[in-house]
Design a binder for this molecule. Structure first.
Ligand SMILES: Cc1cc2nc3c(=O)[nH]c(=O)nc-3n(C[C@H](O)[C@H](O)[C@H](O)COP(=O)(O)OP(=O)(O)OC[C@H]3O[C@@H](n4cnc5c(N)ncnc54)[C@H](O)[C@@H]3O)c2cc1C
Length: 300
């Protein structure tokens, strides 16, 4: 178990993580820590035992927390590090800023290239970790450099070139997995008219509203699109739109989305994911790769 460091943030024990995920499911975290700022986060991490499992989360919009919860410490970054300003010609955004806020800010600053982020309901930290993207844009296309923090609380500034970002995946150059968390990033964007960027944001948001089931808890795309095809097309072609397990349902509106009808357990969602994957494999020979991340333990 963790040592109890003296910090200024908020430490919650046995905290239900369903409150912090967009699917609104998931068991309790042994500890949930909400840092008071960067120095506080450093102190907190320094006070943890080396073996303590630590998970960072943003808005939990790409996250399935299993019903048995998380053994270890979850650090909540949403609304924590929220600095957002111009740094010379670059946009500096801290990990707890929402993607929507970043997109709107960059537009107002007459910068083009981050409009796609407006409809991604996550944080800058989550977008960096996932290489979030849509409509032809991806987070790492516009990253110049980042700051990271490691398990011992050490902060580093790293150039964008030190990372390899592919479709919804980021690793260190040389193939090492990421074992640091993102604290902030500098975005390099082209100059352009604010009105043009704002118009683009408006039309991208309208498109989402028309095609995504935003009225029910979900976590966006369940699977990555396979090369040359769409996961939603494959799932729909299997006749799975509307298919239910417990309180989890393949959305009627978008077949790559799973919605929580109100009383879903994480186990329902996970079983539905397995069913969709097995059916697509059987009927189309395509092995879909999961986009949503899963953490935690099964409930006994
Ligand atoms: C309605 C809807 C639409 C969506 N549309 C899109 C889309 O168009 N494109 C797209 O790419 N995604 C989309 N998503 C998925 C999701 O919003 C993105 O993956 C987003 O980047 C996740 O950010 P988050 O802050 O919620 O991260 P979380 O879900 O909290 O975490 C996701 C992963 O990032 C890690 N992480 C979080 N913060 C940090 C940090 N500071 N440092 C290191 N690791 C961290 C977590 O450990 C976890 O592994 C959508 C989701 C929903 C619900």
């Amino acid at each position: 178990m963790m040592a109890q460091p003296i910090t200024q943030g908020k430490l919650l024990l046995n905290e239900p993580l369903a409150r912090y995920t967009s699917w609104r499911v998931g068991g309790m975290a042994d500890c949930l820590y909400i840092p008071a700022g960067l120095e506080d986060l450093q102190e907190f991490l320094q006070g943890l035992s080396e073996n303590e499992p630590v998970y960072f989360i943003g808005l939990g919009s790409n996250l399935l927390v299993r019903d048995g919860g998380v053994r270890g410490t979850v650090v909540l970054m949403h609304n924590v590090l929220t600095g957002l300003h111009m740094d010379g010609s670059e946009v500096y955004a801290e990990a707890g800023v929402t993607c929507a806020k970043l997109a709107k800010f960059t537009a107002r600053q007459h910068r083009h290239g981050a409009e796609f982020m407006a409809g991604i309901p996550g944080t800058v930290g989550g977008a960096l970790a996932m290489n979030a993207g849509c409509h032809g844009g991806e987070t790492w296309d516009i990253v110049k450099k980042v700051t990271t923090i490691d398990h011992r609380g050490q902060v580093r500034e790293r150039d964008g070139q030190e990372f390899v970002a592919t479709y919804r995946h980021v690793e260190m150059t040389g193939g090492e997995p990421l074992n640091e968390w993102f604290i902030a990033a500098w975005f390099e964007l082209a100059e352009g008219a604010a009105s043009e960027a704002e118009q683009k944001i408006k039309s991208l948001l309208a498109k989402r509203l028309a095609t995504q089931p935003l009225n029910l808890p979900n976590a966006g795309s369940t699977f990555r699109n396979p090369p040359g095809d769409f996961a939603a097309r494959l799932v729909e072609a299997c006749g799975l739109k509307g298919y239910k397990i417990g309180g989890a349902q393949v959305s009627e509106k978008h077949a790559n989305f799973i919605v929580n009808l109100g009383d879903a357990a994480a186990a329902d969602i996970e079983q539905l994911i397995a069913h969709m994957r097995a059916t697509v494999k059987q009927q189309h020979g395509v092995d879909l790769q999961q986009e949503v991340r899963v953490i935690g333990e099964f409930k006994e």
